[in-house]
Unconditional design. Structure first.
Length: 86
């Protein structure tokens, strides 16, 4: 899916320091959320990039440099609830 996106959007998605943002395009939206995560005794700030298209949600996997289908908006909500609860 990355090859279908505008190079500037790809830069935003791949940027681990990108601030939270909401980008509306004709056939999809990009939601980038920058969230704190506790790992051990350290707080890390992580940017998560979501692409929402036709009620399906895709999440950018920074380690694999690819976009994977996460599922529905409900599944995105569950993913974020887990991150926020921690």
């Amino acid at each position: 899916m990355l090859h279908l996106l505008d190079p500037l959007i790809i830069e935003d998605i791949q940027n681990p320091e990108h601030p939270s943002d909401f980008i509306v395009k004709d056939s999809f939206v990009i939601l980038i959320l920058r969230l704190p995560e506790v790992k051990g005794s350290v707080v890390h700030i992580t940017s998560y990039s979501f692409i929402v298209q036709d009620e399906r949600v895709y999440l950018y996997n920074r380690e694999l440099n690819e976009i994977k289908e996460l599922g529905s908006l409900t599944e995105m909500n569950q993913f974020l609830d887990n991150k926020i609860d921690n």
